[in-house]
Design a protein around this ligand. Structure first.
Ligand code: NAP
Length: 476
């Protein structure tokens, strides 16, 4: 029997679906899972793809089944498990073999793992995979970081399994070492912001306009046929229209308002903060998930403080208000994406990656959770203006911001006056308003810093006097 083109370790939700996708595209694949029974069941259930899958019960058998130089995808729980798995594999590998971590790794771990294999003859790829179970099975978006040579060994297989947008595969080599996992992390950070903004708009429709889940689902369905067309809007319509089989009530009304998180949103915010790049939409979304998890505390606070006493939510023209909501969501989304791309641009310089912004937008157009028509417009904007300091100053997006930020302002104002929390929407508005203002207010902060800490300041007239006349010892 001929050797497998590629190997995969970890037959959990993502690994099993990725392995089936790889086999379905005509590739022979060897698979291994820590729990042997899972491997046996996976193979037994693989149907007509069985003949292309080589189930292996030991690491030795697994490695021997793959054609050298061996690309081995590790799709297991992120963190220490990956280090342990790499250690278990290493003694069996030969020069040129490539370990590919396809889980949601912290890119700093990826950089460490990449470095640890230097001078061993082995190489490491950190590969971000987005699209969940469905994407893994039928076409994910794949973000690759590693050496260009190691990517060349796997390019054909990855191209065959990736999602396609207008026939173009959603996979690309993005740079050395941690580039792929960094981009995946920011993808997830943007996803957090996108989801939070959708949830805030849902909140205005539910608690402000007092609409039912079904009615709100209709609104999202309409928006999905317009400029907001995207996977997240599409699934929001579906979840809002779903009925709970146990009670017959709308499913969303029966779901506890506590959201989980695994870390990629937080990592995005931390990396943005570390590099001094504002990513307020992502930060607001991470904080909102944290506050959502404080359910008991929130219930206690509501008993003590009560909801804001603001009276009835006032809307004169419901149809016009809903159009404003659509435009506000679009504007806020632009803010979040602009911030995400700005973080990647800073990281590209910081880590020497030369991240290709138009390519990143291009491979996010299909397969991944934030896939949308909007990303096609971002691809085009960055292709025309690759050196733009920020997405919102590219001609196409500057025009879109000017067109929609009035709606965002009206919606944020209405929500604030109505006592409804909109931290992510408000963050986008604050970002636009501060980013577009040539003369801000940090002159006061510099004066305060100079007053208490003699930190000095630059003057608007360029004069050579860098301290204020605050008191003894601080002047001059
Ligand atoms: P999962 O269904 O929980 O499966 C976990 C897999 O990891 C199992 O095969 C398990 O083997 C293996 N494993 C756990 N600890 C191990 C260890 N110490 N040594 C060896 N194998 C170990 O997880 P998943 O959803 O497929 O996620 C896998 C990775 O993909 C994670 O990094 C996740 O963050 C990432 N990811 C997930 C999604 C998603 O939508 N689920 C999307 C993108 C990326 P056993 O069967 O022996 O327990």
């Amino acid at each position: 029997m001929s050797q497998a083109e590629i190997g995969l370790i970890g037959l959990g939700v993502m690994g099993a679906n990725l392995a089936l996708n790889i086999a379905e595209k005509g590739n022979r694949i060897a698979v291994f899972n820590r729990t042997v029974e899972t491997t046996r069941k996976f193979h037994a259930d693989a149907g007509e793809l069985k003949s292309r899958i080589v189930p292996c019960e030991t690491i030795e058998e697994f490695v021997a089944a793959i054609r050298p130089p061996r690309p081995i995808i590790i799709m297991i729980k992120a963190g220490e498990a990956v280090d342990q798995q790499m250690e278990a594999l290493k003694p069996h590998l030969a020069s040129g073999d490539i370990m590919i971590d396809a889980g949601n790794a912290n890119f700093r771990d990826t950089m460490r793992r990449f470095d640890s294999l230097k001078d061993t003859g082995l190489t490491f790829i950190g590969m971000g995979v987005s699209g969940g179970e469905e994407g893994a099975r039928h076409g994910p978006s794949i973000m690759v970081g590693g050496t260009e040579e190691s990517y060349a060994r796997v390019e054909e297989v990855l191209t065959s399994i990736a999602a396609k947008y207008d026939g173009e595969p959603c996979v690309a080599w993005l740079g050395e070492n941690g580039a792929g996992h960094f981009v995946k992390t920011i993808h997830n950070g943007i996803e957090y912001a996108d989801m939070q903004m959708i949830a805030e708009i849902y909140g205005i429709l539910r608690d402000g306009l007092r609409m039912t889940a079904e009615e709100i689902g209709e609104v999202f369905g309409t928006w999905n046929r317009g400029r907001l067309n995207s996977y997240l809007i599409e699934i929001t319509e579906k979840v809002l229209k779903a009925t709970d089989p146990l009670t017959g009530k709308p499913m969303v009304d029966m779901i506890l308002d506590k959201a989980g998180q695994k870390g990629t949103g937080k990592w995005s915010a931390i990396e943005a903060q570390t590099m001094g790049v504002p990513a307020t939409g992502i930060e607001a979304a991470v904080a909102a998930r944290s506050i959502s998890s404080m359910k008991e505390e929130r219930e206690t606070a509501e008993k003590i403080l009560g909801l804001p006493s603001v009276g009835e939510f006032q809307v004169a023209d419901k149809a016009a208000f809903i159009t404003d909501l659509e435009n506000a969501l679009l504007a806020a989304k632009i803010g979040a994406y602009a911030q995400g791309f700005a973080v990647m641009s800073a990281a590209s310089k910081e880590f020497g990656w030369s991240l290709p912004m138009p390519t990143i937008a291009r491979i996010w157009r299909a397969g991944c959770i934030i896939r949308s028509q909007f990303l096609d417009e971002i691809t085009s904007a960055f292709t025309k203006a690759p050196d733009a300091a920020n997405l919102i100053v590219t001609p196409a997006f500057a025009a879109l911001v000017k067109e929609t930020d009035g709606a965002l302002r009206r919606i944020v104002s209405a929500a604030v006056l109505g006592g409804l929390p909109v931290p992510a929407l408000a963050s986008a508005l604050g970002y636009f308003d501060s980013y577009r203002r040539g003369r801000g207010t940090a002159n006061v902060i510099q004066a305060q810093r100079d007053f208490f800490g003699a930190h000095g300041f630059d003057r608007v007239d360029g004069a050579d006097s860098h301290h204020g006349p605050w008191g003894s010892g601080l002047n001059g």
